[in-house]
Write a protein of this length. Structure first.
Length: 252
């Protein structure tokens, strides 16, 4: 019997498996995880053997939704975003620990900028050897993290500078390099969308709806899909509507 299609449930290894199978000329298809999970729940016992059998039945009947596997380049861009976002989050946690230690010593830092944080700490409590013995290693970690965060940001800016699509996206009011690259990495192949309106639903920017009989409720935006791109577009819209003073047809 010829091999017609191979079903892969969406997971962290799916992209790697999908690319490898396609490189060997095999018809691999990534299927939507929530839909597959609903089908697997019909099995009385949760075992690996039953999961494989359920996936085989899904592929045989065609009752599945195809999931687009992004190109390797777009996946690398997304990984860069995740790495860049992780650094300030961890820095914030360390800064809060430093603030808590200083508060025990009756010192309040105020709101120094990230680049001024270490200098502010040393200025206020530099003479207290016991406190600084705990704080100084944390400040050294913050210094390294800030330097590497700057390096990651430079990587993003270099990519945007050399990517033609990102340069065009930046021409829209409120769209900066971060938003442009996040959107580019999320969309990957524009031709997979039937119309531009489908992009909003794909990013979770359209209202969710519940309709049954006489009940018809329109809820808030679904917030499905890629969080990085959705957050970037929200910030771009806020900049355009609130902060920008230039006239724009998008705001008129």
């Amino acid at each position: 019997m010829p091999l017609e299609r191979i079903g892969l449930e969406a997971c962290s290894l799916t992209a790697w498996l999908h690319d490898g199978l396609h490189a060997e000329g095999l018809p691999a298809t990534c299927i939507e995880a929530r839909q597959a999970n609903a089908a697997m729940k019909t099995m009385p016992n949760k075992t690996d053997r039953n999961d494989v059998r359920a996936l085989a039945q899904i592929m045989r009947t065609g009752w599945y939704r195809h999931v687009h596997v992004k190109s390797r380049q777009c996946r690398l861009w997304r990984s860069l975003f995740v790495a860049r976002r992780t650094v300030p989050n961890e820095m914030r946690s360390i800064e809060n620990v430093v603030r808590a230690i200083l508060r025990e010593a009756d010192v309040k830092l105020g709101l120094p900028s990230r680049s001024e944080f270490a200098g502010r700490v040393r200025k206020l409590r530099g003479a207290d050897a016991e406190v600084m013995a705990m704080v100084e290693p944390l400040l050294a970690i913050l210094g390294v993290m800030l330097r590497e965060f700057t390096h990651l940001t430079k990587q993003v800016l270099d990519i945007v500078r050399n990517e033609e699509v990102c340069r065009r996206l930046k021409s829209a009011p409120g769209v900066g390099p971060i938003t442009a690259l996040a959107f580019r990495a999320t969309i990957d192949r524009p031709e997979r969308f039937g119309s531009s309106r489908a992009v909003g639903a794909h990013l979770g920017l359209t209202p969710a709806r519940y309709q049954s009989g006489e009940t018809d409720i329109q809820r808030r935006v679904s917030r499905c899909g890629d969080e990085l791109a959705r957050t970037g577009l929200y910030e771009a819209a806020h900049t355009l509507l609130v902060r920008s003073k230039k006239w724009s047809s998008l705001r008129a």
